[in-house]
Design a protein. Structure first.
Length: 123
């Protein structure tokens, strides 16, 4: 569920899209998206064929809820809505991994390989 104070929603459908898109980006950042480089510093996943991004098929249906307390000095009381949903998923998932394993991962993405390697180091 994505919940955000959007101020005055000038384009409610656009606001919902921004909220959902930000949440998807947040989950992707946390779980799949990473630039990889070879020993010479060359990017090894330069295209969307190689760089794993989430698609609608990878995600559950999300619910959105917004409160509307206008931002007084802004035009029409509107607020920016595109970036705030990007923040929570990496921290929430890292905390869930810590709760389940006792391991604190501090590098994204939180891949199964990173979790397994951290667990092996801890053992």
């Amino acid at each position: 569920m994505v919940v955000q104070d959007v101020g005055k929603a000038i384009n409610p459908l656009g606001v919902e899209g921004q909220m959902q898109g930000g949440a998807v980006q947040s989950i992707g950042m946390a779980l799949t998206e990473a630039l990889t480089f070879d020993d010479q510093g060359r990017l090894t996943n330069p295209s969307l064929l190689d760089y794993k991004t989430l698609t609608a098929a990878d995600l559950p249906t999300s619910r959105r809820s917004s409160s509307r307390s206008p931002l007084r000095p802004a035009p029409f009381g509107a607020r920016g809505v595109g970036e705030p949903p990007i923040v929570p998923a990496p921290a929430a998932l890292a905390n869930a991994i810590h709760d389940a394993t006792g391991i604190r991962l501090t590098e994204l993405p939180l891949t199964p390989e990173r979790i397994a390697l951290a667990m092996a180091r801890q053992a």
